[in-house]
Write a protein that binds this ligand. Structure first.
Ligand code: RET
Length: 288
């Protein structure tokens, strides 16, 4: 009822584009889940928590984006008389709320993830853990409240959006510092990956407030399709590509520190049941 998606009727093309892009969203999360599980041993054990957090992000995103797609298909049904998709007789209405709840889990995870790949003193890391979690979740909670007002109270919608933006600015500031400071300690190749991560982070995270404001720019069917596409592109970049780049930076670090990549036992005939510690790498491998 409350989100602007419920104000329109949709041509079959617009309806299906949204259904497809939402399906793409959760399919990518499932595919990436497999990727993060299978590549976890390509980084030294001390960086593996980054891949573990990617796995957590993927599972939660898969489930909530699946619910998001169901919300779309439940909310509209085809009317043969008009040739359009219209609000379902069941009374189910579309809500973007699932996304926000997903972000509530994923945003702190994505922010915390980087702290395990760059070099940070323990005390500073604890403080960053706290502020990333606090500002990250406050950004989402205030935005979540705001999006309920997008069709009923423009002022409340914009004010909550502005409050959320204050927390967003704090998150951006902290992340910029983490990446810049962290780069100094990293091998050159990993530092370059970190610079790429910063730009990817900045652009992909900016897409979310853009999609929030979509009714302001395009208050029609095209705006609905545009918003769901924007969210999906943002989700794939901010969760999946970000996670892949972080694990790549961790891989470079691991190698420069002497870690020899392991294969999953299932792909290898070597004894990979052996201990993971780097020191063990130089020992002769036992053949099964
Ligand atoms: C909201 C409300 C309007 C103002 C701002 C917002 C920012 C949202 C962001 C979300 C990031 C989500 C991610 C999810 C990944 O799983 C809440 C839309 C600034 C930055 C990265």
């Amino acid at each position: 009822m409350l989100n602007f998606e419920n104000q329109f009727v949709y041509s079959p093309m617009a309806y299906e584009m949204v259904a497809h892009v939402l399906t793409l969203g959760y399919a990518v999360m499932l595919a990436a889940l497999v990727y993060f599980i299978l590549t976890i041993r390509s980084v030294a054990p001390r960086y593996r928590i980054s891949s573990v957090l990617s796995v957590v992000v993927m599972v939660s995103a898969f489930l909530l984006l699946y619910a998001q797609k169901a919300s779309w298909t439940d909310a509209f049904t085809f009317n043969a008389a008009t040739g359009m998709y219209e609000a379902s007789a069941s009374g189910d209405r579309f809500s973007n709320g699932f996304r926000y709840l997903n972000w509530l889990i994923d945003v702190p995870m994505l922010l915390i993830q980087i702290l395990f790949v760059v070099e940070i003193a323990r005390q500073r890391r604890n403080s960053l853990l706290f502020w990333f979690s606090l500002s990250g979740s406050m950004m989402i909670v205030t935005g979540y409240i705001g999006q309920f007002y997008e069709t009923t109270n423009v002022m409340a919608w914009l004010v909550w959006g502005a409050i959320s933006t204050v927390f967003f600015a704090h998150v951006l500031y902290l992340m910029h510092r983490v990446i810049n400071d962290g780069k100094r300690e990293l091998p050159a190749a990993a530092a370059r990956v970190m610079s790429a991560i910063w730009w990817l982070f900045l652009v992909s995270w900016m897409l979310y407030p853009g999609a929030y404001l979509m009714p302001l720019f395009l208050n029609n069917e095209a705006g609905v399709v545009g918003r769901q596409m924007t969210y999906t592109v943002a989700d794939i970049t901010s969760k999946v590509i970000y996670g892949v780049l972080l694990s790549y930076a961790a891989m470079i670090r691991s190698r420069t520190e002497g870690y020899k990549e392991e294969m999953l036992p299932v792909f290898s005939n070597k004894n990979n049941g052996a201990d993971d510690r780097v020191e063990r790498q130089s020992e002769p491998m036992m053949v099964n």
